[in-house]
Structures are given as C-alpha cells and as structure tokens.
Design a protein around this ligand. Structure first.
Ligand SMILES: Nc1nc2c(c(=O)[nH]1)N[C@H]1C(S)=C(S)[C@@H](COP(=O)(O)OP(=O)(O)OC[C@H]3O[C@@H](n4cnc5c(=O)[nH]c(N)nc54)[C@H](O)[C@@H]3O)O[C@H]1N2
Ligand SMILES: Nc1nc2c(c(=O)[nH]1)N[C@H]1C(S)=C(S)[C@@H](COP(=O)(O)OP(=O)(O)OC[C@H]3O[C@@H](n4cnc5c(=O)[nH]c(N)nc54)[C@H](O)[C@@H]3O)O[C@H]1N2
Ligand SMILES: [Mo]
Length: 810
C-alpha cells in the first residue's frame, strides 16, 4: 500500500476492483465502513461476482474476468476526454510533460521493438528524448505531440465506453456512472482510494492492470494524499515482509535485484543499479544503491567482506534465468531438478495445473517439507482415488517431513499491507517434535557448515564465510527472531561521523536511519528499508502508543518502513509551494523553515522551490504515466485476451489477440483449451470461513465450509438443467473437479463482443487432506501460464465446461 488500512477512512470514494476485502480482509474492511458511514464515501465494486464487498457497495458492476485492463484504460480515456484530471499535480508531479523518443510507436497491438522470433521486446525506444546532460526534454504546456500526455491520449482513445462494454461486458451507463464519481476526485479536496488484490494480479497482464490503476490515481492527483493511493490488500499476514526481504528468485532484501551472471564484478552491479537523475535537481534515491548494497554484503559476510575483495561480491549467487515457481516446476516436470525444499508452501494446492505439479514432484529424488501439517504436497504420492489418481509405485521421490511450529508459537514481526512492522509474541511453545523454522534452518545450516569444513567441496567460502556463526547469534543452531531483526536494521561497524565531524553512531551500536548507511564497509544492514525498526532506543516495532495525531495517523504505534512514513510520496499532498492541496487533509506543510505535519516528509529538508519532485524513487522524480524500462510488455497498459478466451478475437487488434510478451513453456500449449470445447469463463477466489488450504484442517472451519461448491448463474443453470445442490463436473483442458452447484443471481450473464458469456465461480480451499470432505484441488483446472512481468499464474480467467453429474445424490 502507498497508504495504510486506517487511512482508508479518509477517502471520499472507495473503489474496490480485483479484491474482495469484506471477505478476505474482514478486519481491515471496517475502515471502508468507517469511510462510508462517517465520511459519506461512495463505495464502488467491479467484480465478476456480486460478492460480500458488493453487498455493502453503493454501485456494483459485473465484469468479465480477465478484462480489467480495458476497463481501466477506458477510465483513463474518460478522465482525459472529460477533463477530469488534477492539472497542477499532473504537470508538476507526473511525467506527462516529458518528451518520448521519436522511435517509440504502438501499432495494431504491438509496441516498438518487438522481436517476434524470441517473443520479447527490446525496450530501448520506450524512453525519453534526452539532452546533452542526460536529462529528459520537457514541454510544460503538455502539447508537444510526443510528450507523454499526448501519447497517452492517443493510446487510450480506442477505449471508448462502447469498447469497454464490448470487451468487459460493463454497460456504458454503469461505466459512465462510475467514471463520473471517480472523476469528481480530480478536485483538490476529494480523494478516491483504490483497493485491489488477486482479481488484478492473477492474469497474464496483471502488472499492467495495476499500472493502469496507478495512472488513474496520478491523473486524479490522489497519490500521496490521505484517503488516496494504490492499496494492495496483501495476502498471508506477512506476505508484505516476504517481498520486503526479497524472497523471490531474482531479488534481494529492500527491493534490490540479485545480480545476474552478466554482472561479473561489484562495479558492474553498481553501475547497472545506480541510476543517474533523469531531470535536473532530483533526489533520485536509488543513487544510494552502493550504500544499501555494500551494507547488505557486510551483513552477509562480515569481516570476510572487505574493500580489497569487492566486499565478497563473488560469493553472492548470480542468476542465469528466473527461478519463479512456474519455471521451477516446469524444470522439475522435465526431470531437471533433483531435490526440493518446501517451507510453508502447499504447492499441490496452490500452484496452477495440479496434474503437471504432481508429475513434476514425482520426478524428484527427494523432497523436504517443513510444515506443521500433513499437506497435499507432502502426500502428493498418495493415491486418493479420483481426487489424486496416481500410482505410488511409479513415484521415486523420497519425502521428509520436518514438523514446524505455527506463527502463534514464535515471536517476530509481521508486516501488514500498510508496511507496518508489528512485533508479536509467542502464545505458547511448539508442541511435540515441532520446532520453530529458525531452529530447523539453523540445524540444516550448521550441518552444511560442518560438512564443508570437514570435506571442502566447490567454493566452501559461500557457506563458511557467512555471518551465520557463533559471533553473530547466541546459538547459530537457533537464531532468535530479535537477533535477526537487529541484523536487518543494521549496525555501525566503526564510529560514524557526519560531514561536520560529529559522532553520529558509536562502533557496535544499532543504526537509527538508512541515511547513516555507508558504501565503505563501515555499516551493515541486511534490509535497508528496515533500518530504524530496532535502534539503540529499543524495538520500535513493539511500540504500542495509539495516539491519533490527526487523520487517524498513529506514528507511535509500531514502525512503518521506510523511516516510519505512513503515506508514501506524501510530498505530493502539497502543491509546489508546499501548501496542502486540501487544508482539511493536511499531511505536511512548509512553514517557511521546515516541513511540519503528521508524517515523516518524503524528502528530508528540501524546501519547496527546489526542483526535486515527490516521486523520489524514480530517477526523473515524477510519477510515471509512461513507464520507461521496467515493464517487459509495454510502457502503457494494453488489453490482451487471456490465454483461454471466450471470444474469437481481440476487438482492439485482431492480429495480436494475446499478450505477445507472455512466456509459454514448450509442452504447455497442448494443455490450453479453446472455446468450442470449453465455452465458459471460470474464475477462482477465497471465502472468509477458510484460509487458503490450511484451516481446512481445523474442525470448526471445516464445519462452516465442508466441501467444494461451484457458483453458477441462473441462466446457465437453467440451460444445463442444473439445480441448486446438484453435483456438477467442471472440466478444463487440464482435468476436472466436482462440486455442489450453488445456483445464484450473483453470477450474471454478460454480452461480450456480441456474444453471450457465462462465468463460473470456483472457490479454492478444498483438497484430499484435512477435516473437510475429501475432494479435488481447484487448481486441477487452472493453466500454467503467468503474468509477463511477475510470472504470477493466471488463476483468475480460464475456460471450462460444466455438466450435471447424472445420478449423483444432491
Ligand atoms: N478468509 C480468508 N482471507 C484471506 C485468504 C483466505 O484464503 N481466506 N487469503 C489471503 C491471501 S493469501 C490473499 S492473497 C488475499 C486475497 O484477497 P482477494 O484478492 O480479495 O481474494 P480473492 O477472493 O482471491 O479475489 C478477490 C475478488 O476478485 C474477483 N475476481 C476474480 N477474477 C477477477 C477479474 O478478472 N477481475 C476482477 N475485477 N475481479 C476478479 C473475485 O470474484 C473475488 O471477489 O486474501 C487473504 N485473506
Ligand atoms: N486457483 C487459485 N490458486 C491460488 C490462489 C487463487 O486465488 N486461486 N491464490 C494464490 C495465493 S495469493 C497464494 S498466497 C497461494 C497460497 O499458497 P500457499 O502459501 O501454499 O498456501 P497455504 O495453504 O497458506 O500454505 C501455507 C502452508 O504453510 C504452513 N504454515 C503455517 N504456518 C507455518 C510456519 O510458521 N512455518 C512453516 N514452515 N509452515 C507454516 C501451513 O500449514 C500451510 O501448509 O495460493 C495461490 N493459489
Ligand atoms: Mo496470497
């Protein structure tokens, strides 16, 4: 989230699309209700289903799953053509005035630079035209034909309300009503918050959908504002911490990339990841990459990281290609992986295309599962009849189960969607043979260390030089969460002085701010964005002062990264002179000498009038309506049909129907179905009563939602002779599942491109283990293809058929 849960109460409009917080975030949803009741906020829900969030919304529109990019680009077009944008904000704080290179183009579904043979884009042309200093050319009048605003207008002009209706099935009247309400938030004193989650991310163009929403918020002047922002409703209670700590195959902590094999030296890495400012006078915060990265290396390798050996850069693994889950399981499927460690992950249930996953797991030599429960993954080799039709004799994989504790049995921090790092304490000790994850990993690590010490082997220094040792932890077999938390925060390794020669941190003390980090090996920090979370003043995450300093902000409650900032880009809540756009919604104000207000200002002491713009993490300092360099599938979002589409074409450009930059694995094309055999759109989602695939092991939850159900609209049910409670078989090209039919008005028929389209709802929680009824895994149905940027599987738009199972008892 750019903002935080409590801040939702400050919104005038709550726009919920691709998320269902009433159901998946029922506690946080109280802030939506607060906005509605106390702030008279309008709540809008756009979802394939009339869901529990929709039940308290002022406006609901159904939409075809997988068509959100068209809706959002339609919204951008509507805001631009109706002049509902915050002009001063757009001119000063976005890249709308910047001029794009002459060789950039978009034609019939393809951006410039496409290599059809390799199915990848060369992104060179997706950039600004630069002057001799390397700064982007700009036209403050925003009329230059190649300024971002002009190109954007042209790009979205195809997305008329009629085109939105044709692609999404959203009626023109509904669309215009929603656009009218959002458009009002271009006023300085009105804000909309956007709440989204998996309904946007689980698509082949999911990242672009989210960019689309960010573009709307920039045009409305809502980023940095209380009651505004782009707010991802994060999943597992600590999945925010997961990404913060870089637990993705090509990432490092603090949103730094893990080096790839082309970056052979420290200098190569720093050159590639330390941007130069793209406009004069910008903060360009990533210019500090060397400080963050070298402090990270010091935290990893301690005294073994010296200036003379490039701070042990050589010991850091380098990636050759992404090892995202889809490619890892594909490699396994092709017999290229020997062993797998699975920690807190139920791959059989959670990954798409279960049949491929179980085939993949059966080709391993061994698998170690660290989990408190016996899951479908640790039991993948069990023959469960129709639900898991395998022959254990065919499976060679040796499975080891290491029982772990659960979150309530250990202390630590949990980072919520609003970036609040909240410390919690263990409720009880792990029972029986279960151990905390730190203890399990500690024992494995120390055994590896012992073996490398005893036997040597290839590059033993990668293990032996790590700071995972007696000097760092009281017991390296069982590092304590508080030791790890302090390591993340970071230490002064020498006495540190500021430019005036004042001592700012004594050797060995905990740092209080990432501004203290150095690139000369005198500081360490495992995750620079966490610096300040555990200082010499104590554990800042354990603070529990809930004094409201205004607008619901409680800076004394826990610690929010970065720097305890509660609203990111908060400098943008004030105009270029430092006056709040809306005096009623004052976060910061320039009082002539300093920034004062209720939040930590985004760029230190720089006064208004300096050239620095609020989007300090971008080298150009402004928010990007046109994305340079980062996205792999285009600088503007574009609608592409899902891999399995219910219509024959892409109404926008029939020559390029699907995302041209999406990755398809060799054998998988044969695993995709088409609309002649599988005419209905299926989407998947969660229910409140179950959490993913684990609370089905608890009897109370199992009683509330005992078995798989399938939501089917009344029209389709009538046409197929399906009654409420009948057992139905839902099949895709990849397999079938059965479940009880819930025939409901909540799923409506849509008109898409002149054709009737029915959608089917498949909640995802059941399987063949646990206290619920034994059943199929919903992901038997979903395809193994992912978002072009993030590789998140396309769980939420694929094709199925549905039939009543004759003779089955209701
Ligand atoms: N009770 C409970 N709470 C949970 C979880 C749980 O399992 N149970 N899981 C947690 C996790 S890990 C996560 S990531 C979050 C997920 O939180 P959410 O993303 O809110 O959960 P979902 O139910 O997957 O999907 C949200 C909505 O997206 C809609 N949708 C499906 N396809 C599309 C589409 O193409 N476009 C649009 N606009 N909407 C679509 C679905 O109908 C659903 O209403 O919830 C967390 N909270
Ligand atoms: N079709 C479809 N598929 C989906 C989704 C969807 O919406 N539709 N949602 C996707 C999303 S957003 C997510 S996050 C994934 C979820 O995928 P998973 O994370 O695989 O799902 P969980 O069932 O939450 O599995 C987590 C496991 O962690 C174990 N566990 C709990 N606490 C601890 C602990 O302290 N230590 C250890 N070692 N283990 C612990 C639990 O027992 C459980 O087995 O599923 C994805 N799959
Ligand atoms: Mo999730």
């Amino acid at each position: 989230m750019t903002n935080n849960w409590v801040d939702i109460k400050n919104a005038n409009v709550v726009f919920i699309m691709g998320g269902n917080p009433a159901e998946a975030h029922p506690v946080g949803f109280k802030w939506v209700i607060e906005a509605k009741t106390k702030n008279k906020a309008k709540v809008i829900v756009v979802d394939p289903r009339f869901n529990r969030s929709a039940s308290v919304a002022d406006i609901f529109s159904p939409i075809r799953a997988g068509s959100d990019a068209a809706f959002l680009m339609g919204m951008v077009n509507w805001l631009l053509t109706h002049d509902k944008i915050q002009h001063d904000y757009v001119r000063a704080y976005t890249n709308a005035p910047l001029i794009v290179r002459e060789d950039y183009s978009f034609d019939e579904g393809l951006f410039s630079g496409y290599d059809a043979a390799k199915k990848v884009y060369d992104k060179t042309s997706w950039n600004y035209e630069l002057d001799a200093d390397g700064h982007a050319l700009s036209d403050p009048t925003m009329t230059h034909p190649r300024c971002v605003l002009s190109l954007l207008k042209e790009h979205v002009s195809r997305y008329t309300p009629e085109m939105v209706e044709r692609i999404c099935g959203v009626k023109v009247a509904d669309f215009e009503k929603i656009a009218g309400i959002l458009g009002e938030c271009s006023a300085r004193d009105r804000t909309a918050t956007i709440l989204y989650a998996l309904g946007w991310t689980h698509h082949t163009n999911g990242s672009q959908v989210i960019r689309g929403s960010a573009m709307i918020q920039l045009l409305l002047g809502n980023v940095g504002m209380p009651g505004g922002g782009i707010n991802a409703l994060r999943g597992h209670s600590n999945v925010q911490g997961f990404t913060d700590l870089g637990v993705l195959s090509t990432n490092l902590p603090g949103y730094m990339p893990l080096p790839n094999e082309k970056l052979a030296t420290l200098k190569d890495y720093l050159d590639a990841n330390t941007p130069a400012a793209l406009q004069d006078g910008q903060v360009n915060y990533w210019q500090n990459t060397p400080k963050f990265f070298i402090s990270f290396l010091k935290s990893m390798f301690g005294e073994h990281a010296t200036a003379a050996n490039d701070f042990a850069y050589d010991l850091l693994p380098k990636w050759d290609k992404s090892y995202d889950m889809l490619s890892l399981f594909d490699a396994m499927y092709r017999g290229k992986v020997n062993g797998l460690m699975v920690q807190g992950f139920n791959a059989m249930a959670a990954m798409s295309d279960v049949k491929k996953v179980s085939t993949a797991l059966s080709k391993l030599k061994f698998m170690v599962v660290i989990d408190p429960l016996a899951t479908e993954t640790s039991n993948f080799w069990h023959n469960e009849g129709p639900f898991n039709d395998v022959n254990p004799k065919d499976i060679q994989t040796e499975v080891f189960r290491l029982p772990s504790s659960c979150f309530a049995e250990e202390e630590g921090s949990v980072n919520n969607s609003g970036r609040w790092m909240q410390w919690h304490w263990a409720g009880q000790k792990p029972k029986y043979q279960a151990r905390n994850d730190g203890k399990i990993l500690g024992d494995i690590m120390m055994e590896l260390r012992r073996l490398y010490e005893a036997e040597g082997g290839a590059c033993p220094e990668q293990v032996l030089n790590l700071t995972w040792d007696e000097k760092t932890y009281h017991d390296p077999h069982d590092p304590e969460p508080k030791e790890l938390a302090k390591e993340s925060n970071g230490y002064a390794l020498e006495d540190l002085y500021d430019a005036q020669g004042n001592l700012i941190a004594k050797k060995g003390s905990l740092l209080s701010s990432f501004a203290q980090l150095r690139d000369d090996g005198t500081t360490s920090s495992f995750c620079w964005i966490f610096t300040g979370s555990w200082t010499e003043a104590g554990n800042q995450m354990a603070r529990r002062d809930n004094t409201d300093v205004g607008l619901g902000s409680t800076p004394g409650w826990t610690f929010a990264w970065p720097a305890n900032r509660r609203i990111l880009y908060n400098r943008a809540s004030a105009d270029i002179d430092g006056k709040p756009w809306d005096p009623e919604r004052k976060v910061l104000e320039w009082n002539g000498k300093a920034w004062v207000g209720i939040d930590v200002p985004d760029y230190g002491a720089l006064p208004p009038g300096s050239k620095a713009a609020p989007f300090i993490m971008n080298a150009e300092g402004v928010g990007r309506l046109f994305s340079c360099g980062k996205m792999v599938d285009g600088p503007f979002p574009e609608h592409y049909e899902p891999t399995e589409s219910p219509i024959a074409t892409n109404p926008l450009h029939p020559k390029v129907v699907h995302s041209p930059a999406v990755r398809v694995f060799a054998d998988d094309a044969a695993r995709f179905g088409d609309r002649s055999e599988f005419p209905y759109v299926a989407t998947t989602y969660s229910v409140t009563e179950l959490f993913r695939h684990w609370t089905k092991h608890s009897y109370l939850n199992a009683m509330l939602q005992p078995e798989q159900f399938i939501e089917i609209g009344e029209g389709l049910a009538a046409a197929k002779g399906i009654g409420h409670g009948d057992v139905v078989k839902v099949s895709s090209k990849r397999g079938f599942i059965t479940g009880k039919a819930v025939v409901t008005k909540r799923m409506r028929r849509l008109e898409i491109d002149g054709q009737t389209v029915d959608q089917i709802g498949v909640p995802v929680h059941w399987g063949f283990n646990g206290a619920t009824k034994k059943g199929f895994l919903a992901n038997t149905l979903s395809p193994g293809i992912g978002d072009a940027n993030s590789q998140t599987p396309e769980y939420k738009a694929f094709l199925v058929n549905v039939e009543k199972v004759q003779g089955a008892a209701a």
